[in-house]
Design a protein around this ligand. Structure first.
Ligand code: 13P
Length: 247
């Protein structure tokens, strides 16, 4: 049985003090049947971890594939572990598109994270042009296999399918289409990695809101959501957690 995973990616939003206010609100809300994770900015991570209920996991939105040294502006796995962070989002489409992270870079980051015992949320998803040509399944398959090249054990990996055209646009992928792609991803994992396909969690992300969360989370192959905009408001995010709890 895969527990639903309700994850929020704050992207470049919220200062440390805004994150503290959020923590105060969400700490009052109790939940039992789902796992919850939030990814604030690097700067807010340490104080957010301290202020947040232990029940909620935190993640960084990125990390460096290098150990340490002359990499100005980068953040290492050891720096993150030192402040109690053991989850990371890797390969978000904004990092791939705006910061030129290729599948090879994403692969190096996933390998580094796993080697240092992180749990990885690996993001995949096609652009509108790819979907317009009906090539989204092949595109996502290619991204998945290249991002995981040389990795045999997917135990510490969660996949997030986030079609780029649905991110921050208000255009949600229909629950049916999201389910179809997540089912495809599970079947690709089954063919390439075997039985882990039954356990691995596959999330959907892209304009998830309190109003559509329940329908999305009800799909057989969707094990959670990765929420951007609607995770910035504690009340909205709580509604999305409730949608997962109620299933
Ligand atoms: P939105 O929920 O704002 O569309 O963002 C989704 C996302 O990119 C989460 O990583």
């Amino acid at each position: 049985m895969r527990r639903k995973y309700i994850c929020g990616n704050w992207k470049m939003n919220k200062t440390s003090s805004q994150a503290r206010d959020f923590a105060e609100k969400i700490n009052k809300f109790d939940f039992k049947n789902v796992d919850v994770l939030l990814a604030p900015s690097f700067v807010a991570l340490e104080s957010f971890r301290k202020n947040l209920s232990e029940k909620i996991e935190v993640a960084s939105q990125n990390l460096s594939q290098f150990n340490d040294g002359a990499y100005t502006g980068e953040v290492s796995t050891s720096m993150l572990k030192d402040i109690g962070v053991e989850n990371v989002i890797i390969g978000h489409s904004e990092r791939r598109e705006k910061f030129f992270e290729s599948n090879e870079i994403v692969n190096a980051k996933v390998k580094k994270a796993l080697a240092d015992d992180f749990h990885v949320i690996l993001c995949l998803g096609e652009a509108l042009e790819v979907k317009a040509e009906n090539k989204e399944v092949n595109f996502v398959k290619d991204e998945l296999l290249k991002s995981l090249a040389g990795i045999e054990n997917l135990q510490n990996i969660t996949i997030a399918y986030e079609p780029i055209w649905a991110i921050g646009t208000g255009k949600t992928c229909s629950a049916e289409d999201a389910e179809k792609m997540c089912r495809e991803i599970r079947s690709i994992i089954n063919k390439n990695y075997g039985e882990i396909s039954k356990e691995i969690r596959i999330l959907y992300g892209g304009s998830v809101k309190p109003s559509n969360a329940k329908e999305i989370l009800s799909q057989d192959n969707i094990d959670g959501v990765l929420v951007g905009g609607a995770s910035l408001d504690a009340d909205d995010f709580i509604e999305i957690i409730k949608a997962g709890e109620g299933l």
